[in-house]
Design a protein around this ligand. Sequence first.
Ligand SMILES: *Cc1c(COP(=O)(O)O)cnc(C)c1O
Length: 394
Amino acid sequence: MSLDLARLRAETPGCAHVLHLNAAGSSLPTKRTLDATLDHLKLEAEIGGYEAADQARDVLEGFYPSIARLIGAEPGEIGFIENATRAWDLAFYSLDFKPGDRILTCRSEYSSNYISYLQVAKKTGAEIVVVPDDKHGQIDLAALERALDKHTKLVSISHIPTQGGLVQPAEAVGKIVNDAGVLYLLDACQSVGMMPIDVRKIGCDFLSATGRKYMRGPRGTGFLYARTRSTAQIEPIFLDNHAARWTGDREYKVIPDAKRFENWERYFAGVIGLKVAADQANELGMEAIWARLRALADGLRARLAKLEGVTLTDLGAVKGAIVTFAVAGADHAALKAALRAEKINVSVSTQFSSRLDLESRGLKDVMRASVHVYNTEDELDRFVAALGALCKAR
Ligand SMILES: *Cc1c(COP(=O)(O)O)cnc(C)c1O
């Protein structure tokens, strides 16, 4: 099924205002998502926050099956968390690392995750092992297999990095990691909403995602998937009176499903907004979205390749909707600002997001243009023309 572009744009209020190529930062939501979020905020103001939550109970509970459907999970394997980093943290910091335990990761790993490895390594004596890339710039599966040993406690990678088109072979990684009986944590912050995700096929034990990027949900939303079969015995690092019951003066009982990772207090309007955004992705179909995004991104890469001074910097055998490039001799931040003045939104990825990857390739930073379903071929022409004119004017 192909997507109805005119309708997608009409349903996205931001399309009337900006040429938005920053879905990897924060995408444009639909009017339906915006209205659902605003309506609940309004209801809270009108009848009271607790009363509004009671009234919206069915929609709020509907969050779990909607997200579960999007990634092939069970509703009880989903917890609402305010963003991807905290969702990831809740999984990672709940693991009990001992001296000599090995954490395997990849070169394109996200900075916040890596900072957490460093902190846990410092505190516990666990060891960080960075698995090298293969010739495509994705994790080397043979090297991963060799690196797995009896001291390996966790394999943790980002599915799609923030700084490029690379799509890691998450399913092949999962097969190797599952066979070794090691826990597998997948940062799917950029991939959920961009491409079809099936946690059963991938075989991850935990998966973290954010609302505002490819899911087109509100800011301040995200979720954690925790596979029941392998993580039910893992007690969250934080507990509150939502995650556990105070069953006696000296005892508590942790609730059994993934809600044990949640907070009692939550951005309820955001839960509803993210549910609606997930429903819309399910309705459009992730296969159709992924096909459209790859066509747009490949078209953008082809256009950029023709511009003088532009070098594409995306790695990977499979490339997704995030397009990155370097402009010879240019200050990328200044280019981004100049484009912003023309109502064209792009971003710049720096070593702040991913040191290992960009530094080893000799890149201080890269320009990032990330497409979503509401973008058109005309917009890509307009963007590349504007970029070309700015490059010439220097
Ligand atoms: C953006 C991003 C994150 C962080 O997501 P937040 O919702 O801002 O916490 C984590 N990992 C990757 C790969 C990202 O691109």
